[in-house]
Design a protein around this ligand. Structure first.
Ligand code: ADP
Ligand code: MG
Length: 484
């Protein structure tokens, strides 16, 4: 499945920081809301004042359990918090509380569909782990002349760091993985997914190798906060690494930043090793113990997961797997589909319309399905009028347009635009007789055995009916008239 770039295989692994949607911080009671005035949401614990101690936020643990269940991972019964030591102005304790040797979520996988040429293939990315940790504060270099400001509002914000195996083989796969992961965390509601505000940040580890060779040295692109930049950054990095190798250089392990203005990645620092951080278990926090009963309770309270819902769509509505996956991109899309399918009883048609016309219009106007001006009930009514032969597919698109523009209900629009199919045999037979009389040459050719001459007759008939004739009925009546 690997796509080679200039004869090299691309290898990518992701580390994603998902900010957990708790109201308070992971080890303190300070609020986590975004956008507050600097340092108004940092309490004594977040500021690391002497004598303060961390207290685990159960809500953060519960969200980690939900994530583990969503990706079929093992949830450790006993995991350990560790201190990751480094000096930086926005880290007042001088260490970050994280998990190192024994993370709370272990293994699991994320799978998704990917378009490869004309084919749709399923790809599965194995996860290595997901661990709980706290975010650091933020250094502000603007507005301070010759100095830097520190905002500790974000210090202690709960994060789940989600680490994959190096399983991705192209920037397209990497972006598809990131989108799927984003879908999972927002679907189960553990993260708001807001990439601009930094609630979902991805680091892409990228290396290249000759096919079949051992893994190349990786460089880590930090903090990719849009899917578009993610693709650009990885594509640039891959070309850069290949150029280096082709020029006889070796790749040095490094942490790099992507600059959206230049479209280039640039080294920020040489990569630290785990040893540089002098990890050790945090003596202020006991091991995190998660009993089976807790996991079972969380499982019982969780909403239907996207992949489970997709399987149900395949079973209950006889949809192809691809449709089912597309329709479970978000809860809102899935709900819209189910409401439409139930109301019209034509699941596949509902799916076609939602993946086709509805999403085209939504994309064009950059709207979410919640804002769609056409309700599920209206779409179902429209589909009903196609299947009872009141309107043709072509006419249905015009009705849809009318619905979208708020011109009224389905039947009223059909009426107003005069789109009703001509199902009246008498009227149609009259048109057919007229067209046959006006085109004797085609009639003669057809009778002489040229089947294609029929097309020369169908066109004028459809035209004379102003497109309202039912094509199947035209064919039927036309043949009857010709063989009469
Ligand atoms: P570190 O501890 O330095 O962060 P990890 O072993 O945890 O390193 O790996 C971090 C990420 O890098 C993981 O997602 C992993 O899959 C990925 N990775 C490891 N080796 C490579 C490689 N050679 N090429 C691309 N990605 C890699
Ligand atoms: Mg790591």
């Amino acid at each position: 499945m690997s796509k080679l770039v200039q004869g090299y295989e691309v290898v990518i692994g992701f580390e994603t920081h998902a900010q957990l949607s708790t109201n308070s911080k992971i080890f303190s009671r300070a609020p986590t809301a975004f956008g507050a005035e600097a340092n108004t949401q940092a309490c004594a614990v977040d500021m690391a004042l002497p004598g303060t101690l961390p207290v685990m936020n159960i809500g953060a643990v519960e969200r980690a359990i939900e994530f583990g269940l969503a990706i079929n991972a093992h949830i450790a019964e006993r995991s350990i918090f560790a201190r990751k030591n480094y000096f930086y102005p926005d880290l007042p304790k001088g260490y970050q509380i994280s998990q190192f040797e024994i993370p709370v979520v272990q293994g699991g996988e994320v799978s998704f569909f990917l378009e490869v040429g004309k084919e749709t293939v399923r790809k599965t990315v194995r996860l290595e782990r997901a661990h709980l940790e706290e975010d650091a504060g933020k250094s502000l270099h603007e507005d301070f002349i010759g100095q830097s400001g520190i905002d500790l509002n974000r210090a202690g914000t709960p994060l789940l760091e989600i680490v994959t195996q190096p399983d991705m083989r192209s920037s397209e796969e990497a972006v598809a993985y990131a989108k799927e992961l984003h879908k999972i965390v927002t679907w189960i509601g553990i993260c708001d997914g807001n990439m601009q505000e930094g609630s979902f940040r991805c680091d892409a580890n990228v290396s290249v190798r000759k096919p079949g060779g051992s893994l190349g040295t990786r460089r880590e692109i930090k903090n990719l906060n849009s899917f578009k930049f993610m693709q650009q950054a990885i594509d640039y990095e891959v070309r850069w690494q290949i150029d280096q190798i082709e020029d006889g250089h070796t790749i040095q392990q490094a942490t790099v930043l992507f600059d959206p203005d230049t479209g280039e990645t640039r080294a920020m620092r040489t990569k630290e090793d785990a040893a540089d951080y002098r990890y050790f278990p945090d003596p202020d926090l006991p091991p995190l113990v998660i009993g089976r009963d807790w996991v079972e309770r969380v499982k019982g309270e969780m909403a239907e997961l996207p992949r489970v819902m997709a399987e149900r769509f395949v079973q209950d509505y006889a949809l192809p797997e691809y449709d089912a996956t597309q329709l479970t991109q978000s809860k809102a899309v899935a709900a819209y589909f189910e409401a439409t399918a139930k109301a019209c009883g034509q699941a596949k048609l509902a799916s076609n319309w939602i993946m086709g016309e509805v999403s085209r219009r939504l994309n064009a106007s950059e709207m979410a399905i919640e804002q769609a001006p056409v309700s599920a009930a209206q779409l179902a009514a429209l589909i009903g009028r196609i299947s009872d032969n009141t309107i043709s597919n072509n006419a249905a698109r015009q009705v849809f347009e009318g619905l979208w523009n708020g011109e009224g209900e389905v039947d009223a629009i059909i009426e107003a635009k005069g789109l009703k199919q001509m199902n009246d045999t008498g009227e149609l037979e009259k048109i057919i007789d007229e067209v046959l009389a006006a085109n004797p040459k085609n009639v003669e050719e057809f009778k002489a055995g040229n089947a294609k001459a029929l097309n020369g007759l169908v066109g004028p008939i459809m035209k004379a009916s102003k497109g309202k004739a039912n094509p199947a009925q035209v064919n039927e009546l036309l043949k009857r008239a010709l063989f009469a």
